[in-house]
Design a protein around this ligand. Structure first.
Ligand code: SAM
Length: 292
């Protein structure tokens, strides 16, 4: 587990050599702390049997450490100015493939097929924060074979992913992540571990994908529409949240009957429901729709 670029002086030298200009629109905050690097790679449990997908390698700081630990690393970077830098910093590794592209458009299924015979991959990244949620939800919802996702995210987002009912950060993202995976907070990371320093605190979180979702429901799509409707209007009751949602078409009476049928009080707020309760609600509506 070695990364020469984790040492701040080496990072600064490379940035100067290529006169690299940071692009805010790409969420570029490069890691300059070897302890944090070691923590991420240790928590990801990467071995020589693994293919790792790294999203946004930057100048290759974490990629170097991943190349030492993994069998194969495929790194997808959007910024064309970083490609020649990566060619230099990763030149000595024959198990690294750099792809110039947008991770939201790359066919990750195809990468897993091509570089890992379709077996589950590990995702490790210091994510660009402006697209954290679409990246993570995309990985889960697309059914890409993924074992674990170990990523640096904004601290508040890490909290949202692991919180349960009745807490400030509990929301649609908590339920979506916990439906697919078990979250584990690896470490909090202060702004001075990056160049340039981000305005927010960061955290490393590991999401271990369940073999099958944590709750069973006849209609996962409906369950997530119910969840989104409940949290779109946090301060409203569940009844009003579901009533006001554009993509749900149940009458006031049907909603009241569903809430009662799953054993909840008429004035309950959506933010107090567990994933199992949302699943029960979805199953009730699904059964009622089917009975029509
Ligand atoms: N991994 C590097 C590190 O830890 O030092 C850089 C992390 S930086 C927070 C995020 C990286 O993601 C940047 O290199 C940025 O250019 C890249 N990036 C941003 N949007 C991307 C996208 N849509 N697809 C692929 N890479 C992206």
């Amino acid at each position: 587990m070695e990364s020469k670029l984790g040492i701040p002086g080496n990072t600064i030298e490379i940035l100067k050599k290529y006169q690299f200009v940071f692009q805010k629109k790409f969420g570029q905050n490069f890691l300059i702390d070897t302890h944090v690097l070691d923590k991420i790679i240790g928590a990801a449990g990467v071995t020589k049997d693994d293919m790792v997908l790294e999203i946004g390698p930057g100048i290759g700081t974490m990629t170097q450490a991943l190349a030492e630990a993994a069998g194969r690393v495929v790194a997808v970077e959007i910024d064309s100015n970083l490609i020649p830098i990566l060619r230099e910093t990763l030149g000595e590794y024959d198990n690294v493939t750099v792809i110039h592209g947008d991770i939201l458009k790359v066919d990750i299924h195809e990468l897993a097929r091509k570089y890992n015979d379709g077996r589950p991959i590990k995702v490790v990244a210091n994510l660009p924060y402006y697209i954290t949620t679409p990246i993570i939800m995309g990985l889960f919802e697309s059914g890409v074979p993924v074992d674990t996702i170990t990523v640096m995210v904004q601290k508040e987002v890490a909290e949202r992913m692991r919180e349960g009912p009745g807490t400030k950060n509990y929301g649609a993202l908590s339920l979506a992540v916990q439906y697919y995976a078990e979250p584990y907070l690896v470490a909090n990371v202060p702004p001075n571990c990056f160049i340039p320093r981000p305005a927010v605190g960061s955290a490393v979180i590991r999401l271990t994908r369940y073999a099958k979702p944590s709750v069973e429901t006849a209609d996962p799509d409906l369950m997530f529409r119910l969840i989104r409707a409940s949290f779109n209007q946090r301060r409203k009751t569940l009844q009003n949240g579901l009533n006001n949602a554009d993509d749900l078409h149940y009458t006031r009476e049907q909603i009241a009957a569903a809430i009662a049928a799953v054993g909840l009080a008429g004035n309950v707020r959506g933010e107090t429901l567990t994933l199992s309760q949302f699943a029960a609600l979805a199953d009730y509506f699904h059964a009622a729709d089917c009975a029509k």
